[in-house]
Design a binder for this molecule. Structure first.
Ligand code: CP
Length: 304
C-alpha cells in the first residue's frame, strides 16, 4: 500500500530534509498551531523510550491532535501471540498516523507495507532512527549556522547505534568529514563505510578517544553502548565504559564545538560537562518537539 511513511532517512531527499528543518524553525517560533484538529495519532512503543515518545506526543498535543497507544507492549495482545501485521492492520483502522518503535531491524518498513496509514519509524533495532536524525540536523544547523563541510566525530557504539547510522546517511548530503571513534567490538559496520565510499565522503577510524580527535571536531556526537543489542553480555562488560568525556578534555576544543548525545547517557559524558557552554544535549532533546511537529505535518501532507 502506498503511503508517505518515514521509515529510513533515505526516504527523504536533501530538499525534503531542508523543508523539515525550515518547518522545525517555524514550530520553534510558533509551537501551538492546531494543524492536527480532528486527527488521531497512535504511538506504539514495543521498546522503552523517554524522549522520542514524549516529544512525539507533545508535538501532537501542541498541534491540536489526539494520541492513543502504549508504552509497554506487555499490556497488549502481542503477549497473546498477535502478530505485528495484525496489530498494525487493526491500529491503522483507528488512526490517521502510526508512530512506532520496535526492537527488530526492518519492523517499521514491514509495518509501512501492511498499514493503510503512514508510519513514522521511532527506531527499529540497530537500524534507523530518522526522527532523531532530523532533530540532530536541526541542532547542528542551529549551533553551527550551516550543515555543509563539518567535521563530525562519532564516539562509542557505532555498531548498534541506530542514531549514528541514520545521521551518517543524512549528513551525506552536506559534504562532511567523519571521524569514527570505537573499539573493535563496536566499529561502524562495513555497509556504512561502503555508503560513505559511494558518496565520496571522507572518514577516519580511531580506537582511541584522544584530545587531538576532540580538538579537530565541530560536532562531537557521543553515544551510549547499547546493552540491549548484545548477544554476549561478557562483550558488553568489556566495552561498556570504554570512553567517557570529561570537561577538562574540552579545554582546547574549537570555539564552535558542540557536544551532542541522543540520550539517555550512562557513563559516556561526565556530569562535569553539563555546565560547559559546549554541552548541547539537553537543548538537542528539546529540539525534538519542533522537528517532530515538522515531520508529522510532512508525513500527513499538511502545509504550513
Ligand atoms: N534518543 C532517544 O531515542 O531517546 P529515547 O530512547 O528516550 O526515546
Amino acid at each position: 500500500m502506498r503511503n508517505e511513511s518515514l521509515v529510513s532517512i533515505t526516504d527523504y531527499s536533501k530538499e525534503d530534509i531542508l523543508e523539515v528543518l525550515e518547518n522545525a524553525r517555524h514550530f520553534e517560533e510558533n509551537p501551538n498551531r492546531r494543524l492536527l484538529e480532528g486527527k488521531v495519532v497512535a504511538t506504539l512503543f514495543f521498546e522503552p523510550s523517554t524522549r522520542t515518545r514524549l516529544s512525539f506526543e507533545t508535538a501532537v498535543n501542541r498541534l491540536g491532535g489526539r494520541v492513543i497507544g502504549f508504552s509497554d507492549a506487555s499490556t497488549t495482545s502481542s503477549t497473546k501471540g498477535e502478530t505485528l501485521k495484525d496489530t498494525i492492520m487493526m491500529v491503522s483502522n483507528y488512526v490517521d498516523l502510526i508512530i512506532m518503535r520496535h526492537y527488530l531491524d526492518g519492523a517499521a518498513r514491514y509495518a509501512s507495507e501492511v498499514s493503510c496509514k503512514p508510519i513514522i519509524n521511532a527506531g527499529d533495532g540497530a537500524n534507523q532512527h530518522p526522527s532523531q536524525t532530523m532533530l540532530d540536523l536541526y541542532s547542528i544547523y542551529k549551533t553551527q549556522g550551516k550543515l555543509d563541510g563539518l567535521n563530525i566525530t562519532m564516539v562509542g557504539d557505532l555498531k548498534y547505534g541506530r542514531t549514528v547510522h541514520s545521521l551518517i546517511m543524512a549528513m551525506s548530503h552536506f559534504s562532511p568529514t567523519f571521524h569514527f571513534v570505537a573499539p573493535d567490538e563496536l566499529k561502524i559496520p562495513d555497509d556504512y563505510k561502503k555508503f560513505c565510499d559511494s558518496k565520496g565522503i571522507k572518514y577516519y577510524e580511531h580506537d582511541e578517544f584522544t584530545e587531538e580527535v576532540i580538538n579537530n571536531a565541530d560536532i562531537l556526537y557521543m553515544t551510549r553502548v547499547q546493552r540491549e543489542r548484545f548477544t554476549d553480555l561478557m562483550v558488553y562488560e568489556k566495552v561498556k565504559d570504554i570512553y567517557t568525556l570529561h570537561n577538562q578534555m574540552l579545554e582546547n576544543s574549537k570555539p564552535n564545538l558542540r557536544v551532542l548525545h541522543p540520550l539517555p547517557r550512562v557513563n559516556e559524558i561526565s556530569t562535569d560537562v553539563d555546565d560547559n557552554p559546549k554541552a548541547y544535549y539537553f537543548e538537542q532533546a528539546k529540539n525534538g518537539v519542533y522537528a517532530r511537529q515538522a515531520i508529522i505535518c510532512k508525513v500527513l501532507g499538511i502545509k504550513l
